[in-house]
Design a protein around this ligand. Structure first.
Ligand code: ZN
Length: 298
């Protein structure tokens, strides 16, 4: 908990591997009113899995984002192999997930086998991702594919979904102009009046973001890939235009990743310094299994 800077320490009551590690800190004075739409006392409970994978609980609903994948790609964290069957199978702590989201079909965010096992084991659950991801399911299991919603709004447009009491605004945020193109979604998810953002691996420009910024402004929580904290224009956009109450920075390469991953910042340590300087209260990098409770009005 010590590496989470001061002000956040009492806001994010961290639970590491199930052990309460944080305690309310200094007197916060009178708490500000919750934002419009958020019930007093509403909270998002968030657990970090790996890379950009999270489990988010709120208002009695459970959502996985970019959490159902396999061994991932070298240099980035993956969900431990021994944990995956329980996660995909909805066992124990991992039960009751009604919605799984995947931003794009890359092996550190999505795996078709994991998606199929998840849908088999969670018969009420719905999966939402791109047409590219859905195509990876193949034609063999139409009864499962029926619960896999492929969504890809046009650039700058939004598709709104309501699934099991969870409101999702789906954005088209491209993954760079690659050949072949990689479809990548942004998600604005509302649970019990609290909003969180997840952008996947987008390389969208400020111009691409412009039409989405009113929708993205002032969320409770942003689960951001690290480059949104490490690049100047993105950091300025997050700070001045999006203004999340809390930030967790994910997809940071592992300290053991090849030095080339950090060439732009010269080292892993320097990358962390750059991000922390830009966002002193952001949680970065989260540890596998780390979790937080983000309460409205705090
Ligand atoms: Zn990717």
């Amino acid at each position: 908990m010590n590496r989470i800077p001061g002000a956040l320490r009492w806001l994010a009551l961290a639970v590491l591997a199930g052990c309460a590690a944080g305690a309310p800190g200094p007197d916060s004075g009178s708490a500000p009113a919750p934002r419009a739409g958020a019930a007093a006392g509403a909270a998002l409970e968030v657990r970090y899995l790996a890379n950009e994978g999270f489990l988010v609980d709120g208002a009695g609903r459970r959502v996985l984002v970019d959490a159902l994948f396999g061994a991932g790609i070298p240099g980035y964290a993956a969900v431990a192999a021994q944990l995956r069957p329980a996660l995909e199978g909805g066992e124990g702590d991992w039960g009751g997930v009604g919605l799984a989201l995947a931003t794009h079909d890359h092996p550190d965010h999505f795996d078709p086998g994991a998606a199929i096992r998840f849908l088999e084991a969670n018969p009420e659950a719905v999966f939402v991702s791109t047409p590219q991801a859905r195509a990876r399911l193949g034609a063999g299991r139409p009864e499962l594919a029926a619960r896999f919603r492929a969504v890809l709004p046009a650039a700058g447009e939004v598709e709104r979904l309501s699934i099991g009491g969870v409101e999702i605004a789906v954005l088209n945020l491209h993954h760079g102009h690659r050949e072949p193109p990689v479809e990548n979604l942004g998600f604005v998810v509302t649970l019990g009046g609290l909003r969180f953002l997840h952008f996947g691996d987008t390389e969208a420009t400020l111009e691409d973001f412009e039409p989405y910024l009113p929708l993205l402004a002032d969320p409770e929580l942003a689960l951001l890939p690290f480059w949104f904290l490490a690049s100047e224009w993105r950091a300025a956009m997050v700070r001045d235009r999006i203004r999340p109450r809390w930030i967790v920075a994910a997809h940071t390469p592992l300290p053991t990743a090849p030095a080339t991953y950090f060439a732009r910042w010269s080292s892993y340590e320097n990358l962390l310094r750059v991000m922390t300087a830009a966002f002193p209260d952001a949680i970065l990098p989260p540890a596998a299994g780390e979790s937080w409770t983000f309460r409205a009005g705090e």
